[in-house]
Design a binder for this molecule. Structure first.
Ligand code: TD3
Ligand code: ZN
Length: 331
């Protein structure tokens, strides 16, 4: 036993034994694709989120993907992309080397070459090139460029087709926003990308749908059968009402929040989603627990005392996701 914090214990008894530490994201996702489950890609900005997520992965024997946005890299590196990327690689590897489940580090929504190259150079397991805002041909060109560089040194690549936006009633709008399955087939053949994020009606943040939650499952099925690749769902937070209410009861003001219902997440996993990007649910948990801790410990000045329940909250959300995605026990 090497680690004991927030009432959670990591069991590293086999320190001299077989390890499955820092791996290529592609390795994690091919197993998920073969056996039809999904792995959470959880966003981190700092040490506390990272620890909570990795502890949950180890305790649940689940593979895990740690994701950082360009903003997270900028934040961690105090404005210097390569420094930020190196900090995350060092932190993730330092934990992963003592863990027994597969862990990878992924650049989420890479839009600038500077960040993409920094992540590749620093030793990330995979990068996303998000050129989904560009016309198809340009997206294809940009993605191919990144694939060529990344594959040359064994880094795998995610790309996105279609735009993240809630499904509108208007069919014309819908067609222009969601992934075109035939384009997806051509795109993966030409770019040789390793995993693909098809837009099927989700969006980022805590306000995903005005009315009822609707995803285009038929479209997802077509993309899967035409590409066979591991597929990624962005904007996949469930935004559970109890998390939101908890935060609001301690002074947060989050109104009208709506996420992807858990039943729908199960359904998309059955239809071929293998990587589920989750950020918002961790943020809501963070805000609730931090507000509670600050309110309840008014004479406390040790930051670690506040972070302890905050990390436990993140640990619990991640644990619940690993069960839901069926990745628990697969590591
Ligand atoms: O790529 N990400 C994480 C960054 C988005 C900012 O929140 C996601 O797709 C996560 O989406 P969600 O549903 O957690 O906002
Ligand atoms: Zn995303």
């Amino acid at each position: 036993m090497l680690y004991c914090q927030m009432g959670v214990t990591i069991k590293y008894e086999n320190l001299g034994g077989e390890k499955m530490p820092y791996v290529d994201t592609k390795e994690i996702l091919s197993d998920a694709n073969e056996r039809r489950y999904a792995v959470g890609a959880f966003n981190v900005n700092n040490l506390e989120f990272l620890q909570a997520i990795l502890l949950a992965a180890e305790d649940n024997r689940s593979p895990v993907i740690v994701a950082t946005s360009e903003g997270a890299i900028k934040y961690a590196g105090a404005g210097v992309p390569l420094r930020g990327a190196e900090i995350f690689v060092h932190m993730v590897r330092a934990f992963a080397d003592k863990m027994s489940v597969p862990v990878s580090l992924h650049l989420d929504h890479g839009r600038n070459m500077e960040y993409i190259l920094a992540a590749i150079k620093a030793g990330y397991s995979s990068v996303m090139i998000d050129a989904s805002h560009l016309p198809f041909e340009e997206n294809l060109r940009e993605t191919s460029k990144v694939v060529e560089i990344a594959h040359a040194i064994g880094v795998s690549v995610e790309a996105e087709l279609g735009k993240l936006k809630g499904i509108e009633d208007n069919i014309v709008e819908r067609e222009s926003v969601l992934v075109d399955p035939n384009e997806a087939k051509v795109f993966v053949e030409k770019t040789e990308v390793d995993f693909l994020a098809p837009a099927i009606g989700t969006s980022h943040g805590a306000f995903k749908f005005h009315g009822e939650a609707v995803l285009d499952l038929e479209r997802l099925e077509k993309v899967k059968s035409l590409t066979g690749l591991p597929l990624v769902l962005h904007g996949a937070s469930a935004v559970p009402a109890d998390l939101v209410e908890f935060a609001n009861s301690f002074g947060a003001d989050i109104k009208g929040a709506k996420g992807v219902p858990e039943e729908m997440l199960k359904k998309v996993i059955e239809l071929g989603i293998n990587k589920i990007n989750t950020d918002t649910d961790l943020r809501i948990s963070f805000v609730g627990q931090m507000r509670k801790a600050l309110q309840e410990m008014r004479s406390e000045i040790d930051p670690r005392k506040f972070f302890k329940p905050v990390m436990k909250g993140i640990y619990d959300v991640v644990t619940q996701k690993m069960e839901l995605f069926d990745s628990a026990g697969r590591g």
